[in-house]
Design a protein around this ligand. Structure first.
Ligand code: SF4
Length: 302
């Protein structure tokens, strides 16, 4: 390749990376705005595991803080769970270079989990319960009123399918919710971001990724199944995951079956036309915006 071609390739790559950064900032900013995740005076604990998603979260929040018309603080927190071969020096070095306040919490949850869970059994549920309790305590000690987690759109969809397929519940992962101890607001500013974008961003930024399998635990088989299913959909029917994600924020309780969410038992007719009422035998019009096919009106059943 000659110098001119090399330069053109580098320009194109720089342009694409810039676009990716802008897209991440836009999507994170949009989620923050839609759910009112961050307010003036907030002190936010950003949980940093050393994985690509949490690095991206911290990086984008730092950019947005520079531009925001409000003032909020960020504190990066990593929990060193004393897993074998955990490279304890990587995160402090990275965070010092960034010049952001941070705290490394050292707690040997690894030994506790190994002691209490029989060999061969899955360790994740106890491990994450312990981690949650520790992070809540650290948030209190640091005076943080909010806890930011790096879950993205694909995590939310995976959780939604896991709950539906294996738990019989229509339940995803909230973009914002009060913690189960009632004391903290948990926020997921990357809720609108695709995992493919955080993967690419991590490569572009050269984040010093810490592998997530140091504990030796196998990936949950059910989650693996869901991931494969979504990957296949992305290949064969692009746009399907986007539509499902959009469905999560366009819920019509009267057209589901949850008697606690909609008062089916006390329902009365009032004689007034209602476009959201039952359309008897007519099929729902089906629109497929993400595939670019426009609106398809299904034929009426005679
Ligand atoms: S994969 Fe390992 S570190 Fe992560 S939750 Fe499971 S046991 Fe804990």
């Amino acid at each position: 390749m000659n110098a001119a071609v090399m330069e053109a390739v580098a320009d194109k790559a720089g342009y694409e990376n810039n676009k990716l950064h802008k897209r991440l900032c836009r999507l994170v900013g949009q989620a923050i705005g839609d759910f009112n995740m961050i307010e003036d005076g907030d002190k936010i604990m950003v949980c940093l595991s050393g994985g690509k998603d949490s690095y991206a979260l911290l990086d984008i929040l730092m950019t947005l803080r520079e531009r925001a018309p409000i003032k909020f603080e960020l504190v990066a927190v990593n929990l060193d769970q004393k897993q074998p071969n955990f490279p304890a020096e990587i995160l402090p070095a990275y965070l010092e270079k960034l010049g952001i306040p941070f705290h490394i919490e050292n707690q040997d949850t690894y030994s506790i989990v190994k002691r209490l869970i029989p060999e061969g059994k899955t360790t994740c549920s106890l491990c994450s319960r312990l981690r949650r309790g520790i992070l809540y305590r650290v948030a209190d000690e640091l005076g943080c009123n909010k806890i930011a987690l790096g879950h993205h759109r694909d995590d939310i969809l995976e959780t939604f399918f896991l709950n539906m397929f294996f738990g019989g519940k229509l339940k995803g992962m909230p973009a914002k919710l009060v913690s189960d101890d009632g004391k903290h607001m948990v926020i997921r500013p990357m809720a609108y971001v695709k995992e493919a974008d955080t993967t690419r961003y991590a490569e572009v930024k050269g984040f010093p990724i810490i592998p997530c399998d140091l504990c030796g635990s196998q990936e949950n088989l059910q989650r693996k199944q869901i991931k494969n299913m979504m990957r296949e959909w992305d290949k064969k029917t692009p746009g399907r995951c986007e539509n499902i994600f959009s469905a999560l924020s366009t819920v019509v309780p009267s057209h589901l079956m949850d008697r606690g969410m909609f008062g089916f038992t006390d329902l009365k007719t009032d004689g007034m036309p209602n476009p959201l009422g039952d359309i008897a035998f007519d099929e729902e019009p089906c629109s497929t915006p993400a595939t670019g096919l426009g609106t398809i009106s299904l034929q009426r059943v005679p």
